[in-house]
Design a binder for this molecule. Structure first.
Ligand code: SF4
Ligand code: SF4
Length: 429
């Protein structure tokens, strides 16, 4: 048995424990030493008997494929923390590049794929290249039986785009910063400052047509005080999934260190708003990026899965590094489109594989690792260079948040509905 497959986490207050293994949490609340030892033994034996549960990514249909496209680096907003300095370069993907990328991914397997997921992402605002997107999706549908479209957008689009998103049942992630929106996400055109009104109207219009909308909210230090009011506003709009992210200053972002929230205060604010949502009993899932269903997979697919095509036809494993001149282009940009084929650099792929948290010395032996998963690998790289170490920000949030939230979930099952998907495997003994 691999000792590392079962972790014991001490929860706040004495004698409270969580025994965590991939896809499973077992609680020992007010447990005596012998009860705790019994639970650990049981979990270790179970891990041997059942083996590791199959990861979701292993179960996907063998004839399905996914690809990300960055249609443009241009942007109609100038968010004060933008990770990509969107709009400062206007480079836009050609239709030829977009079609070649689709053909390359559809024909990549021995069996041509019959289900394709296309992710339209930035930085840059993807929906600014509306004509390119319409033509690309039409082309993808001519090659592949099922095409599901997902977009990450700033939400500042007009009625033509809105109607297309509804007609094509696009899965939409919209950035909306609540009470801080106008300060944090101004329009690029001077004098046109109010993007909040447009974004809110678009979110409500999509929800009214049953389009799945995830709202992404970026939290800066001076926005912590208004987080609960922002959540209440998001609930009132009927949003079902909220992704929260702290501002992160990187080598290429517009954010500065001063904008980053204090990690301990940030973790405290996350705990408060999750309890607030549970108390209200509303149907809202919150993804904090710091508390996931336990897993021994990598944090985000950067080690093996991610393929996003840039406007220049490069293939990147992370949207934060999308230009050849960006820091860490090696190894993050690991391939390029050549004709209708994707060619990859094997040396860079090997370096990407090494970004699993088990290769970070402190994370490898940390008892929170199945839930924290070492945090965002790119955030670790921005902080500690290459090869990455754990990020002090992520680690501070993880240690403050995870044990407290685990105990609160055990005491209040309604909180589990805010944090996990419905089929999470949680047992209290
Ligand atoms: S964060 Fe997004 S919307 Fe804002 S400037 Fe960057 S690319 Fe544009
Ligand atoms: S970042 Fe910190 S809390 Fe997270 S797995 Fe690594 S050591 Fe543990």
């Amino acid at each position: 048995m691999k000792k590392s497959n079962v972790c014991l986490i001490n929860l706040p207050q004495q004698k409270n424990y969580a025994i965590v293994s991939p896809h499973r949490i077992v609680y020992g609340l007010n447990a005596s030493e012998s009860e705790l030892n019994g639970l650990i033994k049981e979990e270790k034996e179970r891990a041997v008997k059942t083996g590791e549960p199959k990861a979701e990514s292993d179960r996907v249909h063998s004839q399905s494929a996914s690809i990300g496209l960055i249609p443009t680096f241009d942007c109609n907003l100038r968010c004060i923390y933008c990770y990509a300095r969107g709009g400062e370069t206007k480079k836009t993907m050609s239709l030829e590049t977009a079609k070649s990328a689709i053909e390359a991914i559809v024909n990549m397997r021995d069996n041509r794929c019959n289900k394709l997921d296309i992710y339209l992402v930035g930085g840059g605002e993807p929906l600014l290249s509306f004509e390119l997107i319409c033509n690309t999706i039409t082309f993808a549908k001519s090659l592949c039986k099922t095409v599901d479209v997902h977009v990450v957008t700033n939400g500042a689009f007009g009625t033509d785009v809105l109607e297309w998103l509804i007609t094509n049942k696009v899965d939409v992630r919209i950035s909306y910063d609540g009470l801080m929106h106008n300060t944090q996400r101004p329009f690029a055109i001077q004098g046109r400052l109010n993007s909040r009104k447009t974004v809110k109207e678009n979110i409500k219009a999509l929800i009214s047509k049953n389009i799945p909308v995830t709202v992404q909210c970026i939290v800066a230090d001076d926005g912590l005080f208004s987080l609960q009011q922002t959540i209440d506003e998001i609930i009132a709009m009927g949003v079902k999934i909220l992704k929260l992210e702290p501002v992160l200053a990187t080598d290429i972002s517009r954010a500065t260190k001063e904008m980053e929230p204090n990690p301990i205060k940030y973790a405290g604010a996350l705990l408060n708003i999750m309890e607030h949502v549970a108390e209200l009993g509303v149907d809202l899932k919150i993804d904090t990026g710091y508390f996931a269903e336990p897993s021994d997979e990598d944090y985000c697919g950067i080690t093996h899965n991610n393929k996003t095509i840039t406007p220049d036809g490069l293939v990147t494993a992370c949207v934060e590094v999308a230009k050849e001149t960006d820091p860490y282009a090696k190894p993050i940009i690991f391939g390029k489109l050549e004709g209708k084929r994707i060619t990859t650099n094997q040396e860079r792929l090997k370096l990407l594989e090494s970004l699993h948290y088990s290769n970070q010395a402190e994370c490898a032996k940390c008892n929170l690792r199945f839930i924290c998963q070492g945090g965002c690998p790119m955030a670790n790289i921005w902080r500690s260079r290459f090869p990455p170490k754990k990020s002090s920000f992520t680690c501070a949030v993880g240690h403050k948040l995870i044990p407290s939230l685990l105990l609160k979930i055990a005491e209040n099952p309604k909180l589990a509905n805010v944090v996990f998907n419905d089929n999470a495997n949680i047992k209290t003994c």
